[in-house]
Design a protein around this ligand. Sequence first.
Ligand SMILES: [Zn+2]
Length: 114
Amino acid sequence: MTTATNGRLRRLIETELAGVTARLPRGAETPETPSSGADFFDVAQGVEHQELATLSASRLFERARRLRLALERVDDGDYGVCSECGRPIPPRRLLAVPDATACVECQERLEVGV
Ligand SMILES: [Zn+2]
C-alpha cells in the first residue's frame, strides 16, 4: 500500500475515532475540564438516560479500541491486510469499515463460525 493511501486511511480512521471519542460519556475516556456551572437539569436528565447511555457507551468504547488498533496497524504497515488469509483488504472495504481486520470472505466465514 502506498504512503499516500496510508495517509488518507490514517486521516479517515482519526476522523472516525474523534467522532466516537466525542460521543463517549464525559470523563470516561479522556479527563476533561468540567464545564463551569453545568446545568443541573442536564445532569438530572443524564442520570435518567444512564442505563441506555451505558449500553451504547460500551459499544463506543469497543469501536474506539478497534480504531486505535487500526491506527497502530497503519503505523506498523500491517493495516489493510486480512488477519485470516493475509491478502490485502480491498480499499473500498476499508473506506466503508475503517477498523476491518479481515477481508469480506474471511469476515463472513468468521461470522458464520465455520
Ligand atoms: Zn481474508
